[in-house]
Design a protein around this ligand. Structure first.
Ligand SMILES: C[S@@+](CC[C@H](N)C(=O)[O-])C[C@H]1O[C@@H](n2cnc3c(N)ncnc32)[C@H](O)[C@@H]1O
Length: 313
């Protein structure tokens, strides 16, 4: 399918299904990706402000990166997969700073300007409607604050070489995203930069990471050493952006610099009617405007089942 058509489509974008997936054990643990994990962690540590008030990780999965947020007073781990959030809760649930929220990036259940740092890693490549997601990100992030985005770069060295050698038909130099399997997209850096800017998320610094994602190299050099080398070259590499993954630090210039009053009405925003007056009851959060009751199941706030119908009071 034409990826540009898919991407620009739909007010109701499809969401990839990670429910019940063994993402932690089948993709990370014991799967030979120590280098990739280390590289991402080093890069995030370089670009993320080390301290702050409320940090949101969008598409946080099982909370792989959550220890990097130790300097934040409150950490929201949000994902569409309830089962992955349960795993995150097993790992981080004892730490009172953490809040676990099941919701879509396209309709985040948070008050505008709530968070002062937002991280999204290994998620953008699943998003069918990036503009919608970036709009939501700009909404919930305070003005002047940092959005850290990792995305998959279609114009990477391997793709260029394969294209030149006619081993691959799709053109890595074309700007439109490439959907290599359904709901998996690679992005051209120029396209992504333009979309970020359009959303008011202005790129400030970039790192080109995971440049040594080659089995032969990974067999010979330890993950720590390879990750250190990658980290040393990541800034320089960002000038040409030939790596398979890019981490970009953006500043939100869309929203006004003043910070919304967090304590008054709140933290959550009803994803069905956008009201910010929600009342905490025993096992639900109830919207005072549309009366939707959003369940809290095993310590996870569940805002996924959005319907615009107004239940009777
Ligand atoms: C490849 S995993 C990455 C998880 C985590 N960021 C990490 O790097 O370990 C992608 C995650 O994005 C989540 N996701 C994809 N689309 C989403 C959406 N529209 N809203 C919320 N989460 C989404 C998936 O459920 C999954 O947990």
């Amino acid at each position: 399918m034409d990826a540009e058509a898919t991407l620009s489509s739909t007010l109701q974008p499809q969401i990839i299904d990670y429910e019940g997936s063994q993402y932690r054990t089948e993709f990370w643990e014991g799967q030979g990706r120590e280098y990739e994990n280390l590289v991402e962690r080093l890069a995030i540590q370089r670009l993320l402000p080390p301290t702050g008030d409320i940090l949101l990780e969008a598409g946080a999965g099982f909370g792989r990166l959550a220890d990097l947020y130790a300097g934040y007073r409150r950490v929201i781990l949000m994902d569409y997969s309830f089962s992955l959030l349960q795993e995150a809760r097993m790992l981080w649930g004892d730490d009172e700073r953490f809040v676990f929220v099941a919701a879509s990036i396209y309709e985040m259940p948070f008050a505008s300007s709530l968070v002062d740092a937002l991280v999204m890693v290994r998620v953008m490549h699943h998003l069918q409607a990036p503009d919608l997601a970036l709009g939501e990100i700009a909404r919930v992030l305070q003005g002047g604050k940092v959005f850290l985005l990792e995305y998959a770069n279609k114009r990477n060295l391997k793709a260029i070489a394969r294209y030149m050698l006619r081993r691959q038909r799709w053109n890595p130099f074309r700007r439109e995203p490439y959907e290599f399997v359904p709901l998996n997209f690679d992005f051209h850096p120029a396209w992504m930069t333009e979309r970020l800017r359009r959303s008011g998320l202005v790129p400030e610094r970039e790192l080109a990471i995971s440049s040594f994602r080659l089995a032969a190299l990974k067999r010979r050099v330890s993950p720590e050493r390879l990750a250190r080398l990658d980290n040393a070259l990541a800034g320089l590499g960002a000038k040409v952006k030939l790596s398979p993954s890019i981490l970009v630090k953006c500043r939100n210039q869309k929203r006004e610099m003043s910070v919304a009053p967090l304590s008054t009405k709140g933290f959550f925003r009803c994803p069905a009617c956008a009201a910010v007056e929600l009342e905490h009851r025993a096992e639900v959060v109830v919207c005072r405007q549309c009366h939707r009751a959003w369940p809290i199941v095993d310590g996870v706030y569940d805002f996924r089942n959005v319907s615009r119908e107004t239940p009777s009071a």
